[in-house]
Design a protein around this ligand. Sequence first.
Ligand code: GTR
Length: 398
Amino acid sequence: MKNYIIFTGLLLILNFDLMAQRTVNEDESKVPPLILPDPFISEKGHLIKTISDWENTRKPELIKLFTDDVYGPIPTDFDEISFAEVSENPNPFPESTIFKEVDITVFRNGNSHKMRLNVFIPKSSNQAVPIILLINHRPKYSDGRIAEEGYWPVEELVKRGFATASFHGETVAPDDAETFSQGILSKLYPEELSKPNGMRTFGAWGWASMRAMDYFEQEPLIDAKKSTIVGHSRSGKTALWTGANDARWAVVIGNESGCGGAAISRRKFGETVKIINTSFPHWFNDNFKKYNDQEDSLPIDQHMLAMLVAPRAIYFSSAREDLWADPKGEYLSMQLGSRVYNDIYKKSVSFDSDFEDLHAPIIQESAGYHIRNGKHGLTLEDWNHFMDFIDLNLETKK
Ligand code: GTR
């Protein structure tokens, strides 16, 4: 009898799984015709033409729409911040780097929270160096190294003259629907929890990235004006939202960030708003759930997120087999979003190729993109293209 009940349960689960898979579209011919909200018409119906129109009217409108309907805010208010260098682990790369393990403590309304940042700085340099921050959500060693080959290639980054830092999302907000509030949300910003447009984990991880930037700004070995933020997948979504909010990041990179990141939601290709909100209800705010199966009523789409980074530099990357993240939707978003550089900032950015004809990375001023062969992941090949893009945009080439 017992076996019979368990067997039935399994069948039911399998059935639900199959049903969920059937509703995922990975067939380009089934993508609906795209009618996207116009980034260059203000809420009052005015045409946005100048930098002033964009920066004073449209950009604040879009930030508010993304805040209220998608991600929630990244709060910037707190009472005090302190940085303590601790030495808990030996330097895994003593030949080439200076290793700093930094505890960042933030105080607000009588409460405090401590997060850990791991920083590697090239030993050889005699001047302040540009830095690349990686937001991490993968298993890591206590010294910050990530076991996956190429995921955080510290030695290669340092060899090319970059300092690099990383924190794990769990240091401020657990990546779990039940426990996500057991970090800065309950300790420092409890009022956010009851707001339908409040901060959730992406806001919390973005907040941590901003505190890392606070550290970079006061560290003499780092040239904080030449900072890049990088995230892969869920951390890529976070990197893009952080880069849109915090103008201190000179370069913003979203690797395979997919649904709720670079990919256009209205394409409904691969992961959809409903699927992501169901699997990860703690990532986005509660209002975003209104758009489950209702992508066409979103007041924004994700190409507008790329635009919020301008005039700073933005880069998206995809993997050919990563259909779940909708590589074509990520590229289209860059093609459409990068119009802000041409139309508003009068720069010359071009994404002329159709997605199907892409064969080489597009490394140019302001906006770039590559697609590589293979599956979802962050690899040394991705990083080499990122570094080329950063070098070009920050003139860090030696
Ligand atoms: C998947 C999720 C994606 C992506 C990915 C990741 O399960 O559906 O949106 O974020 O996780 O972070 O690796």
